[in-house]
Ligand binder design. Sequence first.
Ligand code: C2O
Length: 549
Amino acid sequence: GITRRYKFEVRMQNVTRLCQTKSIVTINGQFPGPRIIAREGDSLEIKVVNHVKYNVTIHWHGIRQLRSGWADGPAYVTQCPIQTGQSYVYKYTIKGQRGTLFWHAHISWLRATLYGPIVILPKRGVPYPFPHPLKEVPIVFGEWWKADTEAVINQAMKTGSAPNLSDAFTINGLPGPLYNCSVKDTFKLKVKPGKTYLLRLVNAALNNELFFSIANHTLTVVEADAIYTKPFKANTILITPGQTTNVLLRAKKHHPNASFLMAARPYATGPATFDNTTTAAILEYVHHDPSQKPKTSKLPLIKPKLPFFNDTSFAAKFTSKLRSLANSKFPANVPKKIDRHFFFTVGLGLLPCSKNQNCSGPNNTMVGAAINNISFVQPKTALLQAHFLRQSNGVYTSNFPTKPPTRFNYTGTPPTNIMLTKGTRVMSLPYNTKVELVLQDTSIIGAESHPLHLHGFNFFVVGQGFGNFESKKDPTKFNLVDPIERNTVGVPSGGWVAVRFRADNPGVWFMHCHLEVHTSWGLKMAWIVQDGKKKNQNLPPPPADLPKC
Ligand code: C2O
């Protein structure tokens, strides 16, 4: 592979959406941010220079970062933030991955405007395991607030109330024609009759899983989270924040004398406080034969049907269709035997309020979120540094619970004690541990599904179900043959998923709900993977320009 260099200048830029202009944090003045293109096996060197008043870090979401954890990016986990006037060069090599991923800021809520696609092409001369498309087009979903998003989250954390909802969803930064003032702010995809297109879908929205559909067109799913899948056809795609999905779009053979909306709106299982509006782009057919040109200049615009906002059965059906290719070229190396089994509950609860907060919950509490009832507290220095220097004292403790404090039983009604505990705890694993992790949604406050994202690894989703995970019965039905391999999985509302991975990447790896509001509330933890015995199983020392806290 070759080395590809990018320069990311973090700058403020005025951007107008929904008839209102605000100053946002951007990379190189672009919104959405620049696209990174590389081939499998290439190395990347991305110099990030911070010219804004905020502290910044960038995360390369889904990149495995094999022995390059210093470049992963989550603030106070693998690095101290890049402060105003400072810079940091993220260096890593892309190994064994090809497909679509994305990069985003990983501090506070800056990822609301700091995000962009990562396109990883196969090695030169290596074909796709599906028909070669005429064109490849990133379709990046986002969320737009008229207000300043840092103010939105800071205000919410101060009062303990839910942050204000976004004002629009966006496709490639544009809300589209179904919002006020936004007809001009519509992404258009022009296609030629009979041709095949690869749409690289990325959900970079902060707080919403999305349904996506193109009117009168069927899509073929071929890849998820930069792993090829067994192709399958779908009229609607479900994509959670943190997930990426490649789909093939076959344009109709003849010009259809119509244009089509490509639309996305939330899949929301939580309390009915969400923005159920629809973002849309337009799929337009072009005429290569002028005699085919339709007589009327104004073509009808056809809208797709999207599932109802809380259609959990659609969600379960869609996710069960996702299977890895699992052939000789792209084997699914699922750990067959496991070394450690963990049971983690994920969900919301209540946290005691501190003195400087004016909290809205009962008995001086505020809403929090947790894994095994531990609501993660961000440390003052980066965990990875503390781990590497063996200076964990006062930074973190290695006693993350392997199961919740009291036996979890999902009944659909909340238990009496829903208080959470704060802590900066990690789970430490010897190198190469084969891990099985069951993630059980608690649905204690509002039934809600949680897109759990693991840094540094892909995991295999070996099982999922509704209700309680039954440790005797459910594992007998696990798929160890062709489970989907990915970095973000939706823990179903009132249900569970089981994943397996091999801890073959030494470092400190963040795991969290990719709904940003839940991350802010503490639904996050970190794994430490110890060095192995051999030299090539160690985490190398930090780069000289690693930012200091
Ligand atoms: Cu896409 Cu830790 O995040």
